[in-house]
Write a protein that binds this ligand. Structure first.
Ligand code: CAA
Ligand code: NAD
Length: 312
């Protein structure tokens, strides 16, 4: 018993040290996911730099964060307007923005990358950041589908590299998949888990397999729904209604595909198909490819399977 309690104390104090070590966080990519991760990090007391190569994307993200944090504060401080205002003000003060990734990592404890789902682009970014980030900085990718070990190849810090896979919308979804590659050190893994908890998320441990846990199940389901539509088995609207009312899902598969982004959905299955072309679960969809080619990316562009308010 005494031994167990010493072990527990050591484990706790180690985690506490690692978690307190992650104070300064840089989020690269300020799209759907980067903005959400940056928001939650700022809300939970971290100093955050949110970066994008596109200045307009940063501005859009700031607006989205402004609206989302209002909803969070309203829910958290129902009766107390002034506490809600303070919460928002303090969180926003902890959030700075940049369009220069290299400059933004020089004092980071953790870098979370949430840029376009493209291996070469992610490797190029991490290769550059590896040269300028401090020795202790942990690198993590929020990739939906790429192998973390392939991305980590671009760096000399594989022991300080892992996957931190959040879910959209980040302020609402409670899960964080923590992905370790064989080289990820135990200290890095524990620091990532502790940070996830500090972000208010429940963590699950994942191996570096395609789609980790959630997407390995969810993405083939989305594409099977799209194949039903292509075969003419049912309309998108009816499939969505069926899965919401018949299976209790909060969104139907077409609503969810639009919400995730059809470009991201396409990158995911096409990437998997390259590695495993015979797997019928990784088949692409002509409708999705057509919509992506037309710039109909879902909610973020104003149209996908459905049409949305263009200001979204
Ligand atoms: N920011 C802050 N709060 C938000 C929010 C946001 N962006 N979006 C919704 N909320 C909050 C609202 O304030 C509301 O809170 P209360 O009910 O306490 O007032 C609550 O969430 C519900 O919101 P709404 O009433 O507006 O809408 P809803 O009930 O339809 O829920 C939803 C919206 C949470 C998005 C829900 O439809 C849902 O869970 N959809 C499924 C999402 C999902 O499956 N995500 C995973 C996608 S896969 C992925 O992310 C991985 C990948 O790699 C592709
Ligand atoms: P998005 O298209 O909304 O945003 C991507 C952002 O990255 C854009 O603003 C773009 O300008 C920026 N960017 C591209 N290259 C860059 C670079 N070299 N440096 C800095 N910024 C760059 O995409 P998203 O949906 O936020 O997805 C981002 C990542 O998160 C992807 O890897 C995706 O697979 C993953 N992901 C997406 C979801 C989802 O539901 N959309 C969920 C979990 C994980």
């Amino acid at each position: 018993m005494a031994f167990a309690s010493v072990v527990l104390k050591r484990t706790l104090s180690h985690s506490a040290v690692m978690s307190s070590a992650i104070k300064q966080v840089t989020i690269i990519g300020s799209g759907l996911m980067g903005a959400g991760i940056a928001q939650v990090a700022a809300q939970t007391g971290h100093n955050v730099t949110m970066v994008d190569i596109d200045g307009a994307a940063v501005e859009k993200a700031q607006k989205r964060i402004g609206a989302s944090i209002q909803r969070v504060a309203k829910k958290k401080f129902k009766e107390d307007e002034s506490a809600a205002e303070t919460f928002i003000k303090e969180a926003m003060e902890r959030l700075t923005t940049s369009t220069n990734a290299a400059e933004s990592v020089t004092s980071a404890d953790l870098v979370v990358e949430a840029i376009v789902e493209n291996l070469d682009v992610k490797k190029k970014l991490f290769g550059e950041l590896d040269k300028v980030a401090p020795e202790h900085t942990i690198f993590a990718s929020n990739t939906s589908s790429l192998a973390i070990s392939s991305i980590a190849e671009a760096t000399n810090r594989k022991d300080r590299f892992g996957g931190l896979h959040f879910f959209n919308p980040v302020p609402v979804m409670k899960l964080l998949e923590v992905v370790r590659i064989p080289e990820t050190s135990q200290a890095t893994y524990e620091a990532m888990c502790a940070w996830g908890k500090a972000m208010g998320k429940a963590t699950v441990e994942c191996k570096d397999t395609p789609g980790f846990i959630v997407n390995r199940l969810l993405v083939p389901y989305l594409f099977e729904a799209i194949r039903m539509l292509e075969r003419g088995d049912a309309s998108a609207r009816d499939i969505d209604t069926a899965m919401k009312l018949g299976a209790g899902y909060p969104m139907g598969p077409f609503e969810l595909a639009d919400y995730v982004g059809l470009d991201t959905a396409s990158f995911i299955v096409n990437g998997w198909a390259k590695g495993d072309p015979e797997n019928p679960l990784f088949g692409s969809s002509p409708i999705v490819e057509q919509k992506v080619a037309e710039g109909k990316l879902g909610v973020k562009s104003g149209e996908g399977f459905y049409v949305y308010n263009k200001s979204k």
